[in-house]
Design a protein. Structure first.
Length: 236
């Protein structure tokens, strides 16, 4: 089976919105997270959607699902963890409880605040996870990237052709991701908050699925302005 895991456990501190986490902010005629859920509902290859939500916002998330879809059964809501991996593995624990263990189970982990994911990206993530076991979405960097050891002076300038901007989904065979995570020390678990990085430190190849510049992550007020423009363009 193929599962979508929408990670919505954050509180949106960088958005500077004291009232509501960014994933619940209205974008056009509906909250950002509802846009995101719709993208996965429209995929014929996703068998079940899970949403990892901060415990304080679970009731609110359930109300949104009922309001916009008529019921809350379109997705399973799971309490989020203390960090991204905590949320992802809380959901994986629930998937395993609901459907058991299987080498065939695939999970696509996606940011709740990336509402413009395409069906092409979803399909290619599924195909890559089936074939390679692990995949990450990224696109070649448009800008030159520089490195700085002290934040004041340029240390090095890597070749742009080798630099990629990372997006989500990140997609895996569930049993493989569980095995890699369980192999980490507690210190590694505390520092390796990105699932693809867990793979790389354990020498597990991660296939690159080509992303899309429109698959933005709405993190700051400026991101939100760009998202409004993209959302408006879909209405035309």
């Amino acid at each position: 089976m193929v599962f979508a895991v929408i990670v919505a456990g954050g509180i949106g501190s960088r958005m500077k919105s004291a009232d509501i986490p960014k994933q619940f902010m209205e974008l056009g005629d509906k909250p950002i997270i509802i846009h995101t859920v719709e993208r996965f509902i429209h995929s014929e290859r996703i068998d079940r959607i899970y949403i990892g939500v901060h415990p304080e916002w679970i009731d609110y998330m359930e109300e949104l699902l009922v309001k916009h879809f008529g019921n809350s059964d379109v997705a399973v809501i799971v309490p989020g963890g203390k960090d991204r991996n905590g949320t992802v593995f809380n959901v994986i624990d629930r998937i395993e409880a609901d459907y058991g263990l299987s080498d065939e189970h695939i999970v696509l982990t996606h940011d709740a605040v990336r509402p413009f994911i395409t069906q092409k990206i979803i399909n290619e993530n599924i195909d890559a996870a089936v074939k390679y076991g692990a995949a990450g979405t990224a696109y070649n960097s448009i800008d030159t990237i520089v490195m700085s050891g002290d934040g004041e002076f340029i240390t090095s300038v890597p070749e742009r052709r080798m630099m990629y901007n990372v997006q989500t989904p990140q997609s895996f065979k569930i049993n493989l991701l569980r095995q890699l995570f369980d192999s980490l020390s507690q210190e590694e678990k505390n520092t390796l908050t990105d699932a693809c990085r867990i793979c790389t430190v354990r020498n597990q190849p991660v296939y690159i699925v080509e992303g899309d510049i429109s698959n933005i992550k709405i993190t700051t007020p400026t991101d939100f302005k760009f998202a409004q423009v993209i959302a408006d363009s879909f209405k035309e």
